[in-house]
Ligand binder design. Structure first.
Ligand code: GDG
Length: 482
């Protein structure tokens, strides 16, 4: 075991709450690993390989005796978590304090000192592990809201490192952030990084303003000047997807066939509306289904012509707010189908389940109108995935103004997800849109998504990180363009 303070061997260390693999049981009963589908893995895999990278994260569960291992050539360092830490650090401070606070307080954040203590101690463990494995003057890239204290903790242990941090969710303005009893500690935690990346420039500006106001450091534009002479840069790096991989999947004969089957299974209506979300209160599922239900109830749309397929992937089921949300949505779906459906013809096909990527691509190809209406969302990759799958330049995207993706996908039907009548009008317009209008919009959105894909995102963050600290440290080799 390496001692904290003595450098390890990795030139690039990724630190994220989750490892890119899940623990699974093999057919013979032994425990194995399966690559989790997330986009972050495909984004970072090429740079990991190019730089002998190491990924530190929690594999899920409470197993304690876990050793570093390789999976398909990637070096993975599993962090353990006790049942109490899962409840206080993960479900508590991460998902019941920070998550709602950072998403416009769409649910009420809970503040508990015990949860904060767990957040501090888990962050410290992650920082210590990163300090052990990172080579001298190497680069450590820390991800997301669960680990905001890691940059400063790590810098204290290893001042030689170049440290980047990326926040995948929104960063709130002073008016909301300042509710947090530990606001200053969190800002100071982030300031341990050389570069703090956000989805949108508005979030980066919120951060800079908060640092000036709550920590008192001097700032100029996107830079923070620390008393010790160090500079921290805050900037936007909008995340994306592996667009080519999605398009290839969508073009495959299997997915093409499966998309046809899905259309048939829901009765071959004129238009299929689709929602795909983790079952989360930020995603705006309830209001969207209400809007669609009202269109059917008023006779503006007919159930013979239009159905709604809602995939709601199970998420954070131990957190109280998520249980309540599930009940609310399921009651609404039951009511709409009970009132308005016909035998063999529900208005809403509701699926509380997760699916393989191929099936997701088939849903995207089967759907005529993709409905993405979060109340607040850092980016929303589903919107981009839909666009990537529409290689025939058809299909409509109805997109919330409050999703980060709305800054790039300007040709979508943009809606205010709090305005039910506005959403109804947009759904109806998208339903009626003619082929030329659809093609014009989709072509423009496809250009955006293909040009700014996830590997461009990773490259630009790492490039910026190496230029923020040019005189210091080895430079991470960008992955070759594929
Ligand atoms: C956070 C931020 C930001 C969903 N169900 C299944 C499945 N998915 C995939 C989607 C998509 C991903 O999960 C969800 O990403 P989103 O971006 O939509 O939302 P969050 O999970 O909230 O992600 C968000 C993102 O981080 C990245 O920075 O965009 O704003 O909140 O890729 O396709 N994938 C499979 N089966 C499912 O059932 N295979």
């Amino acid at each position: 075991m390496t001692v904290v303070g003595a450098p390890g061997s990795a030139d690039l260390v990724i630190v994220a709450n989750r490892l890119p693999v899940d623990r699974v049981e093999e057919p013979d009963g032994s425990a194995g690993w399966r690559r989790s589908p997330g986009g972050l893995v495909s984004a970072l895999e090429p740079v990991m390989r190019e730089n002998d990278g190491i990924w530190i994260g929690w594999p899920g569960g409470t197993e304690q005796d876990l050793q570093p291992f390789q999976d398909d050539g990637l070096d993975l360092v599993p962090m353990t978590m006790t049942a109490e830490e899962i409840s206080d650090f993960y479900e508590g401070f991460s998902n019941a304090t920070l998550w709602p606070l950072y998403h416009d307080v769409v649910a009420k954040p809970e503040f508990h000192r015990k949860w904060w203590d767990a957040y501090v101690s888990v962050n410290r463990r992650f920082a210590e592990r990163a300090a052990e494995v990172a080579a001298e003057h190497s680069t450590v890239w820390v991800h997301d809201y669960q680990l905001q204290l890691v940059p400063a903790m790590l810098r204290e242990l290893r001042p030689d490192l170049r440290i980047g941090f990326y926040l995948h969710i929104p960063f709130p303005p002073n008016e909301l952030f300042s509710q947090l009893p530990w606001r200053r500690q969190l800002l100071e935690g982030l300031l341990g990084a050389d570069l703090v990346g956000f989805q949108l420039s508005g979030a980066a500006q919120n951060f800079i303003r908060l640092v000036r106001r709550r920590v008192g450091h001097k700032t100029h534009r996107d830079l923070v000047y620390l008393p010790d002479g160090r500079m921290v840069r805050a900037a936007a790096f909008p995340i994306s997807i592996d667009a080519t991989a999605y398009e290839d999947l969508a073009r495959s004969p299997e997915v093409t066939e499966r998309a046809k089957e899905i259309r048939e299974a829901v009765g071959n209506p004129r238009r299929i509306f689709l929602g795909v979300d983790r079952l989360d209160y930020t995603k705006g599922i309830y209001a969207r289904l209400r809007a669609f239900g009202e269109l059917i109830a008023e006779g503006s749309l007919d159930v013979e012509d239009a159905v709604f397929v809602q995939v709601a992937t199970p998420s954070r089921e131990q957190v109280e707010q998520y249980r309540i949300l599930r009940d609310d949505i399921e009651r609404l779906v039951g009511r709409i189908n009970g009132d308005l459906g016909k035998i063999g013809q529900p208005v809403i096909h509701y699926l509380h389940s997760s699916y393989p990527r191929e099936e997701m691509a088939a849903f995207f190809r089967a759907a005529d109108v993709m409905v993405v209406t979060p109340l607040r969302d850092g980016m929303n990759l589903v919107a981009k995935e839909y666009v990537a799958c529409r290689f025939e330049d058809d299909g409509a995207l109805v997109l919330s103004e409050f999703a980060g993706a709305a800054e790039e996908l300007r040709q979508a039907w943009l809606v205010n997800p709090y305005d039910i009548n506005g959403m109804k009008a947009a759904l109806r317009e998208a339903y009626d849109a003619d082929g030329r209008d659809l093609a014009r919009r989709m072509r423009a959105m496809r250009k955006t998504v293909t040009q700014h894909d996830v590997s461009a995102w990773a490259r630009s963050f790492l490039h910026e990180l190496s230029s923020v600290r040019p005189s210091h440290g080895k430079t991470v080799r960008p992955a070759k363009r594929s």
